[in-house]
Design a binder for this molecule. Structure first.
Ligand SMILES: [Zn+2]
Length: 245
C-alpha cells in the first residue's frame, strides 16, 4: 500500500519515493501518457471528491532524468501516476508538485466546504455535487426556492464565516465513533465495510466532514468568495459558480 503523504500533510511539496510497480498505460490521458507507476509513498493527490488530480515532476535520482506526471488516479486501491517517460521498478525518485496549482485547489476546497455548510444551515438544501477548478468552482444543490439575492446573502455569510482566521484541522477517527456523531454518521454509514478509520476535516466551528481532499491550514488563506453565476437546472436542481479573489 502506498503511504498517502498528502492525507497527513497537505503542504508537503516534495518527497523521495521508490517505484514499486510499473505498468503499461492502457487508458492514456493524452499521447504522452506512456506509463503508469506506483510509488511506496506519494504527495500526488489522485482526483476525488470534486478535487482534480495534481500534476508535477518525478526525477530519477540516479541519472537526473525528469519525467512529468500528467494525471493521477485512484484505481484498484492504488494511486496510479501517469507519466510521459518510462521509469523502472526499484528506481529511487524525487517527486515535486506543481504547488501553485495544488494550493489554489486547496483554497477552493476549503471555500467549497464553508459555502456548502452555510447553504445547508440556512436553507436545508441538499448538496448534490461539486467540481473544483483553478479559475472557478461549482456547487450543485437541491433547493425548491431560487432567489439570487438570497444566494448572494449566503455568500456574504460564508465570507464573514471565513474572516476570524479559523484553523482547519485534519484528523483520523475510528469508524464506530464517527457513526455516533450526527454530523458524520450519514457519511460514515455509507462507507465500504473494510474502512475502519475515517479522515475528518474540521473547519473551525463552521464545518466538519469526512473528507479525503486537501485543504488550507487556516481560513485566512482562502481569500473572498465571489459569485460568478447561478443556474437553474430544472425542478429543484441549482448550480452555482464561484471564484476566489
Ligand atoms: Zn471535500
Amino acid at each position: 500500500m502506498t503511504t498517502l503523504l498528502y492525507h497527513k500533510d497537505s503542504y508537503l511539496k516534495e518527497c523521495t519515493a521508490i517505484v514499486v510497480e510499473t505498468k503499461i498505460n492502457e487508458q492514456k490521458t493524452n499521447e504522452n501518457g506512456k506509463q503508469i507507476i506506483i510509488l511506496d509513498q506519494t504527495i500526488f493527490y489522485p482526483s476525488g471528491g470534486g478535487q482534480p488530480h495534481d500534476i508535477g515532476t518525478i526525477t530519477n535520482t540516479k541519472d537526473g532524468k525528469v519525467v512529468h506526471v500528467i494525471a493521477v488516479r485512484m484505481q484498484e486501491g492504488q494511486v496510479q501516476h501517469e507519466i510521459d517517460h518510462e521509469l523502472k521498478q526499484g528506481d529511487v525518485v524525487h517527486c515535486k508538485l506543481d504547488w501553485e496549482r495544488r494550493y489554489q485547489l486547496q483554497k477552493m476546497h476549503t471555500a467549497c466546504h464553508v459555502l456548502s455548510s452555510i447553504f445547508v444551515k440556512e436553507t436545508g438544501a441538499l448538496i448534490t455535487g461539486n467540481q473544483l477548478n483553478l479559475e472557478q468552482s461549482r456547487i450543485d444543490f437541491s433547493l425548491d426556492t431560487f432567489d439570487r439575492e438570497k444566494i448572494q446573502e449566503y455568500i456574504n455569510k460564508a465570507n464573514q464565516a471565513l474572516q476570524p482566521n479559523h484553523d482547519v484541522e485534519v484528523f483520523f477517527m475510528p469508524r464506530a465513533e464517527a457513526e455516533k456523531m450526527p454530523e458524520l454518521s450519514k457519511l460514515a454509514m455509507g462507507l465500504k465495510e473494510g474502512v475502519k478509520e475515517i479522515r475528518v476535516v474540521k473547519i473551525g466551528n463552521i464545518d466538519m466532514q469526512a473528507d479525503g481532499g486537501t485543504h488550507v491550514k487556516n481560513t485566512r488563506e482562502v481569500g473572498t468568495i465571489e459569485l460568478i453565476k447561478c443556474e437553474n437546472k430544472g425542478k429543484a436542481n441549482r448550480r452555482l459558480y464561484f471564484k476566489l479573489v
